[in-house]
Design a protein around this ligand. Structure first.
Ligand code: PGA
Length: 257
């Protein structure tokens, strides 16, 4: 199975010219890379400037609304994104939960609407530092998942991607310890058997490989040929490092081998 790397450009860059520059350098840089699917999620305003250049690179958005059309000032529907060539959409990023007060209930509606529009939602979940210190990580993740996936038929879990992004690791330079992150993926795999799970939070070219390769114990189950390792993430969600073209290409190369 191909590893997935998703670039979350957040509210960057500020000009279309720079958008095109980063995009074309990355596109060239990853041209011969096998076994990795690269998704770039620029701001909404940049989507149309690169939509016709996507081929080896897939396009994603950073958010969507839950209605298809109508009087919802300022919102963007999943159908609009699909019509712009998007295949993926990030939903429930912790920055939206924090600054826009997005709730799991809103996120649940967005996921359903995205799937109806044939987009692949990338659902972000993660605990705060306080929750981790109190030993509540699994409880928090479980609750976020339960509410965000409420009433989603089981077969649709295959249309979804989960990104485990500990809130305290995002943009801080303090990536989650690999073994700690792997405890989380083993926990998530108990309920999400086939759903791909990404890791996000201060990923760089030095730590990227450790999340997607099953170097460390515990690999407790014997794997059949071609089966994914239970303690390895299926890919990465990358913020800051995805805007540094060379660094991003380095990450893609590192995880492709
Ligand atoms: P970061 O961001 O890689 O800059 O920590 C990750 C994210 O917010 O998705």
């Amino acid at each position: 199975m191909k590893k997935l790397i998703v670039a979350n450009w957040k509210m960057n860059p500020q000009s279309i010219a720079e958008t095109k520059r980063i995009f074309s350098v990355v596109k060239k840089g990853i041209k011969n890379i096998k076994n990795v699917e690269v998704v770039i999620c620029p701001p909404f305003t940049a989507l149309s400037s690169i939509q016709y250049q996507v081929s080896s690179i897939k396009l994603g958005a950073q958010d969507c609304f839950w209605e298809e059309k109508g009087a919802f000032t300022g919102e963007i529907s999943p159908l609009m994104l699909k019509n712009l060539g998007c295949e993926y959409v990030i939903v429930g990023h912790s920055e939206r939960r924090k600054y826009l007060k997005e709730t799991d209930e809103m996120i649940n509606k967005k996921i359903k609407a995205a799937i109806i529009a044939k987009l692949k939602p990338i659902l972000c979940i993660g605990e705060t530092l306080e929750e981790r210190k109190k030993g509540k990580t699994f409880k928090v993740l479980n609750e976020q998942l339960k509410r965000a996936l409420n009433h989603l038929p089981t077969h649709l879990l295959n249309h979804l991607i989960i990104a485990y992004e500990p809130v305290w690791a995002i943009g801080t330079g303090q990536a989650c310890d690999t073994l700690e992150a792997k405890k989380v993926i083993l926990f998530l795999r108990k309920s999400l058997k086939k759903t791909p799970v990404l890791y996000g939070g201060s990923v760089n070219s030095k730590n990227a490989v450790s999340y997607v390769k099953d170097y460390n114990p515990p690999t407790t189950l014997p794997l059949a040929k071609g089966e994914r390792a239970p303690a390895a993430f299926d890919g990465l969600l990358i913020g800051g490092a995805s805007l540094k073209r060379k660094e991003f290409i380095k990450i893609a190369k590192a995880i492709s081998t």
